[in-house]
Design a protein around this ligand. Structure first.
Ligand code: H2U
Ligand code: ZN
Length: 348
């Protein structure tokens, strides 16, 4: 029998950041596709849509009117999933039923007044404005006494359940640290205790050295398809330096984050010549007032597209019952993204 080889043989890969496994079946990437194909949606939008609740000057569902903003605009979500004035409380029944009150706050961030744009279509300068809003919002919301964790994210594209194409992201902040950041925190703390080094400093150095899973990089950040990726074209943006959260970024890191976001998301759009859907967001230290030496700031991009604009990955079957699985290796996905231009397909 031939020696084990990750580009041919089924194997499982370990995610040290979450302590989870993914099954990789590279031989299956060659199988024919006879399942669902959805026609791509034509994506031309006006710069202003009178019916859009995020465009400048328009009225939102709450009756509030957006100002005539010219860059970014932040407002309290009119339908918050977490509410600031939630009273403390707990419900317990026996050993099995447990519920806890969870105060919090939710905000919406309009990235641009231009309804037609998406992040890769914005200038690096305009994206840097968004990065600055993320920083000030993290500081402002994080300093609220009841807030222990600030989750900044963007849901992009109708197939991700995004309700509006106007370029925007969200912030959901809660009293407790939510499940996934808590899992990552436990793993980063365990790694630091075991090895005396930061997990993601070590991983960043490994990927910078190898280049095999690198998509692109600049002086402050690297974009990689992580070794343990679950989504076909999953990407992590990692800071070279050990920074725990965006409030610690210097001016160079702020500008460099905008630059790598522009380049990375342009590559995404070019992959299938569409506005590439994804859920993205950053993970960073909690705002609970404790010291978090193990935390290393990073971003995750989880896009659902698989082999074209029409074929998406679903987390079903084995994945709902056993563990996630992928056919395309992380190395092949990185190679595909590396081969893309950093000029968007409609500008070339
Ligand atoms: P998506 O990012 O998934 O499209 O969600 C948009 C958010 O905008 C959603 O959380 C909020 C919704 O509650 N929203 C308002 O706050 N005001 C509105 O007038 C409509 C939508
Ligand atoms: Zn709009």
């Amino acid at each position: 029998m031939a020696a084990f080889n990750m580009s041919d043989h089924p194997h499982r890969r370990y995610n040290p950041l979450t302590d989870e496994w993914v099954l990789v079946s590279p031989h299956r990437a060659k199988r024919p596709w006879q399942g669902a194909r959805e026609a791509p949606v034509a994506e031309t939008r006006p710069s202003y849509d009178p019916t859009c609740y995020l465009c400048p000057g328009n009225t939102r569902a709450s009756g509030e009117v957006n100002p005539d903003y010219t860059s970014t605009y932040v407002f309290d979500n009119d339908f918050m999933a977490l509410l600031p004035d939630t009273p403390a409380g707990e419900f317990r029944q026996g050993n099995l039923l447990l519920a806890q009150a969870e105060p919090g706050i939710c905000r919406v961030i309009c990235f641009s007044p231009d309804h037609a744009l998406t992040l890769p279509q914005m200038s690096v300068q305009a994206i840097e404005q968004v990065v600055k809003v993320w920083q000030t919002q993290y500081r402002e919301i994080g300093s609220m006494p009841e807030i222990g964790y600030v989750q900044i994210f963007e849901n992009k594209g109708a197939i991700m359940g995004c309700s509006n194409p106007h370029p925007h992201g969200q912030i959901w902040a809660s009293a407790t640290v939510p499940q996934l950041p808590a899992q990552e925190q436990a793993q980063q703390e365990r790694y630091l205790a075991q090895h005396g080094k930061c997990l993601l400093c070590e991983y960043t150095a490994l990927e910078l050295g190898s280049g095999e899973r690198t998509v692109c990089a600049n002086d402050s950040f690297i974009a990689v398809v992580p070794f343990w990726a679950v989504w076909p074209f999953e990407v992590m943006i990692l800071a070279h330096a050990h920074v725990a959260s965006i409030d610690q970024f210097d001016a160079r890191q702020m500008a460099d984050l905008a630059e790598i976001l522009k380049r990375m998301t342009t590559r995404y759009d070019n992959l299938f010549s569409v506005s590439f859907p994804y859920t993205m967001g950053m993970h960073q230290q909690p705002t609970d007032g404790r010291a978090h030496a193990a935390w290393h700031w990073h971003m995750h991009f989880y896009p659902p597209l698989l082999r074209s604009a029409e074929v998406r990955k679903f987390m079903v079957g084995y994945e709902m019952l056993a563990n996630p699985q992928r056919d395309l290796t992380a190395e092949t996905a990185a190679e595909r993204l590396r081969a893309q231009s950093e000029v968007r397909f409609d500008q070339a």
